[in-house]
Design a protein around this ligand. Structure first.
Ligand code: LFR
Length: 491
């Protein structure tokens, strides 16, 4: 009675999935109905490869997943879309002008200096509250400007907004993701003055809406093309995947830090308002918009990207890498090497990761990991140190007395990582749920459809009741020292 189902289209940088939640008062059951890989495509533009997202492929796979969801459900009322942040499609007259670029593409490298020569890094932080990441939307848009594309485009839609537009014909910018563009002021309005100073058009992005806004049903033609009879309504959710994940962290924000660990490790605390101090700027912390007016005060740690890109290289080298086996071997390694700085921008681009890690040690005259298990150990150990140090930074900079770390996302299934994070931080780590992003997505959509009620704490209580955490207590006193947090991503 009073129940129903909502679907989440959750696109991650390496894979996408469609999940269905069966929701009723105090009840939330999550099932995966489709999973597909997200393979970026490299298109050579004469002299260099440009890295793009295969958005048409992702849309087709998401549509097929949605059709499967509709088949399995007796009352599918809504669907919400989330993805990684920052990236966007340019359009004219509603038509997409080429495949969206991948944020790991290098085309915006020169744009960082151009933008900073007009508005320096400290002023940018005071306007948008963001940490410096070299691929933030405003740098990418500067590259489009130089390439002449902004002379043609009349709109830009962030990835989830683009999918929402294709599904419904309604173009909006959802707030949590809008906050990652660098073009939204900390008061939540588009910074048209900044756009003008940077030579960007002021009307590219459509108006901002909050998570939980119903856009309308799937366009009849779209529903038919996917084979869906009873079209669900599309609702905005925390369309930035990290915002959805944090909405579902079963935490008390007053005494907890979170690590949302997938491709990236997003480490921080939830606040009521932004922290724009010099200390926050110096530590390269960000104030991104969360669901329900919260602020995600966090820092991007490089995350499992280091591991997945390492395994890709092992496979290119002809070694059939099995993650579970490698992690078991890495657990037995007694490290004779120090941790490396996971934030080094050298690790951002795709390519030979073990080579770059060995190079990091070699350049500093340090003994580094040699064997495959040692490299895996160095990555996990270094991530744990970075997580621990960033938790302590977040606590110090925000004044939050952190007594517990919640680690959610795929990384919560990595036992070595969870244990080392507890050891290095000296704090208990509550691991899970692994599917926090999808849970946050469906929770906000379900609330918009009246299937559940209440604020974030009610959503979190529901998550806590359904998904018991795995608890890791610190077993050693090897705490992170302040020097270990040194060296953020810098210009
Ligand atoms: C995580 C994430 C991060 C964002 C990065 C790039 O998936 O969304 O929050 O900084 O990807 O978009």
């Amino acid at each position: 009675i009073g129940g129903g189902q909502v679907a989440a289209i959750d696109l991650g940088a390496t894979s996408g999935r469609v999940m269905v939640a069966d929701v009723g008062p105090g009840r939330l059951e999550l099932t995966q109905v489709a999973r597909f890989t997200n393979e970026p495509v490299a298109l050579w533009n004469g002299h260099r490869p440009a890295l793009h997202w295969d958005l048409p492929g992702l849309f087709a796979a998401a549509g097929a997943g949605l059709a499967e969801a509709a088949r399995r459900c007796d009352r599918l009322v809504g669907v919400g879309v989330d993805s990684w942040a920052v990236d966007y499609g340019l359009l004219r007259g509603g038509r997409l002008l080429g495949l969206p670029h991948h944020y790991r593409d290098s085309r915006a490298i020169d744009a960082v200096a151009t933008v900073h020569s007009r508005v320096d890094r400290r002023e940018l932080f005071s306007r948008n509250g963001l940490q410096h990441l070299p691929f933030t939307t405003l740098f990418q848009l500067d590259a489009e400007r130089t390439d002449g594309l902004l002379d043609v485009a009349d709109a830009a839609l962030l990835i989830p907004d683009l999918i929402n537009y294709w599904l419904t014909g309604v173009a909006v910018t959802e707030r949590t993701n809008a906050s990652t563009t660098g073009l939204l002021r900390t008061d939540g309005r588009w910074d048209t003055e900044l756009m003008t100073r940077l030579g960007l058009p002021t009307g590219l992005f459509p108006g901002v809406v909050d998570a939980g806004t119903t856009l309308g049903p799937l366009l009849p033609g779209v529903a038919t093309s996917f084979g869906i009879d009873a079209a669900p309504a599309v609702t905005t959710v925390g369309s930035h995947d990290t915002a959805s994940a944090i909405a579902a962290v079963p935490m008390d924000p007053g005494s907890s830090a979170y690590v949302s660990c997938g491709t990236w490790g997003l480490v921080g605390v939830e606040l009521d308002g932004p922290r724009l101090s010099d200390a926050a700027a110096a530590a390269n912390f960000t104030n991104e918009a969360g669901v329900d007016g919260t602020v995600r005060f966090l820092h991007n740690v490089m995350g499992l990207w280091l591991l997945s890109e390492t395994i890709r290289q092992f496979e290119r080298d002809g070694y059939r890498a099995d993650l579970a086996e490698l992690l078991a071997q890495a657990t037995d390694v007694v490290p004779t090497f120090d941790v490396f700085n996971t934030d080094d921008p050298a690790f951002l681009a795709p390519g030979d990761m073990p080579g770059r890690i060995r190079g990091w040690y070699a350049e500093r005259g340090l003994a580094g990991p040699l064997t495959r298990p040692e490299i895996v150990r160095a990555i996990v150990e270094s991530l744990a140190v970075a997580f621990a140090a960033t938790v302590h930074d977040a606590s110090r900079l925000s004044g939050t007395p952190v007594r517990r770390i919640h680690l959610v996302g795929g990384g919560s299934q990595n036992r070595l990582l969870c244990q080392l994070t507890a050891d290095r931080s000296g704090l208990p780590v509550h691991a899970g749920p692994a599917e926090a992003t999808a849970l946050g997505n469906v929770a906000v959509a379900a609330r918009a459809h009246g299937l559940i009620h209440g604020d974030l704490s009610a959503i979190r209580a529901m998550v806590a009741n359904t998904f018991g955490p795995q608890i890791y207590l610190p077993t050693t006193t090897r705490r992170a020292s302040p020097s270990m947090s040194a060296g953020r991503v810098s210009r």
